[in-house]
Design a protein around this ligand. Structure first.
Ligand SMILES: Nc1ncnc2c1ncn2[C@@H]1O[C@H](COP(=O)(O)OP(=O)(O)OP(=O)(O)O)[C@@H](O)[C@H]1O
Length: 333
């Protein structure tokens, strides 16, 4: 546990989507927290609920989705109780998010400089030369070469890696306390990936910015994050300090992920060794454990309708697992 109250605390958040085929229980009682200046990773297969978690925090869930229960504390306020106006004011200023597809997130018909200036005018009331100077500073910060020229460029004139850096510059322009980075380096070449991750690390150290890194890449998570939150089918199945998680995973799903990730940089999406797929999240009888059908440790005790996370305290922090028979404990007879 951290001595100070966390900057972000997601507490028992459940999200459901209305669809023609029934209600999708996308998140169930998701909990984790992030301290100021800390970088954590959320990892899990496609469809495990990583992006929905980020959207719930940012207040940008699809209109078909609703938060059925829970609390999202951020710097002393409950984001779920905030008005749309309060949230819009927080986004960009306190809370920022970068997405996988930078071109889609940038406005194609405004120059890079104007887009950064818009954010600065809205949140910091900076205008004219002062806004331009800060925009230039931001481009230099994200290591874009020749900032004065790039300031007047349109997104289509820049490479994918440069657009990604512009999006980071936009996200960081108002010095947010929390950055949510959803697969920020997917699709970029390895050198640009490393430069962007180094930049995020550096901003954490120099500005105390906290980061939630959403990734398929366990190697990337291990390299840059102090804690790792593992999601499976809308549940947080394990939440632990990175070194404890890699040394001794307690959830059978985490163990499978790690066994299938022998080298840093290998992608979960490429793995074939985790049997079965995610359960259909519209099923009425999902039960407490959503990994049951894929788990070699499953027994009668795992069929309980609800599961209570088990928390232990290690040298590097708390270790929480959502499993009736975590690894390291005897299987029930
Ligand atoms: N608008 C929506 N309507 C219905 N279901 C949705 C909607 N958005 C997400 N879901 C469902 O919520 C679950 C979690 O999706 P989410 O996008 O968070 O997964 P993810 O872990 O981020 O996957 P990826 O790594 O592919 O981005 C999935 O079952 C998905 O189908």
């Amino acid at each position: 546990m951290t001595a100070n109250p966390p900057l972000l605390s997601v507490e028992g958040v459940s999200v459901a989507f209305r669809t023609r085929a029934g209600e999708v229980k996308a998140l169930e009682r998701v909990s984790f927290s992030v301290a100021r200046g800390e970088t954590i990773a959320i990892v899990g297969e496609s469809g495990s609920g990583k992006s929905v978690t980020a959207q719930a925090i940012m207040g940008i869930l699809d209109p078909a989705g609703r938060v059925a229960e829970g609390r999202i504390g951020f710097g002393g306020m409950d984001l779920l109780q905030a008005t749309q106006r309060e949230l819009a004011d927080m986004r960009g200023r306190e809370l920022a998010m970068i997405f996988q597809n930078p071109r889609g997130a940038l406005n194609p018909i405004r120059t890079v400089g104007d887009q950064i200036a818009d954010v600065l005018a809205r949140h910091e009331h900076l205008k004219g030369p002062a806004a331009r100077a800060r925009a230039m500073e931001m481009l230099a910060l994200v290591k874009i070469t020749d900032p004065p020229r790039r300031l007047d460029a349109y997104p289509f004139e820049l490479s994918g890696g440069m657009c990604q850096r512009v999006m980071i510059a936009l996200a960081l322009a108002c010095r947010p306390a929390l950055l949510i980075a959803d697969e920020p380096t997917t699709g970029l070449d390895v050198t640009t990936q490393a430069a962007i991750m180094d930049l995020i690390d550096e901003l954490g150290r120099s500005r105390g910015m906290a980061t939630v890194l959403i990734t398929h890449d366990l190697g990337l998570a291990a390299e840059h994050c102090r804690r790792i939150v593992v999601m499976h089918a809308g549940h947080v199945v394990e939440d632990a300090p990175a070194e404890a998680l890699f040394a001794a995973p307690r959830h059978p799903y985490t163990a499978r992920l790690l066994a299938a990730t022998p080298r840093p940089g290998r992608h979960l999406a490429d793995l074939a060794s985790i049997p079965g797929g995610l359960p259909d999240l519209r099923r009425g009888d999902l039960g407490g454990c959503r990994f049951l059908d894929r788990c070699e440790r499953a027994g009668e005790v795992c069929r309980a309708p609800t599961l209570v996370p088990v928390e232990t305290m290690g040298a590097s922090g708390h270790h929480r697992v959502l499993c009736a028979q975590p690894i390291g404990e005897e299987l029930a007879a």
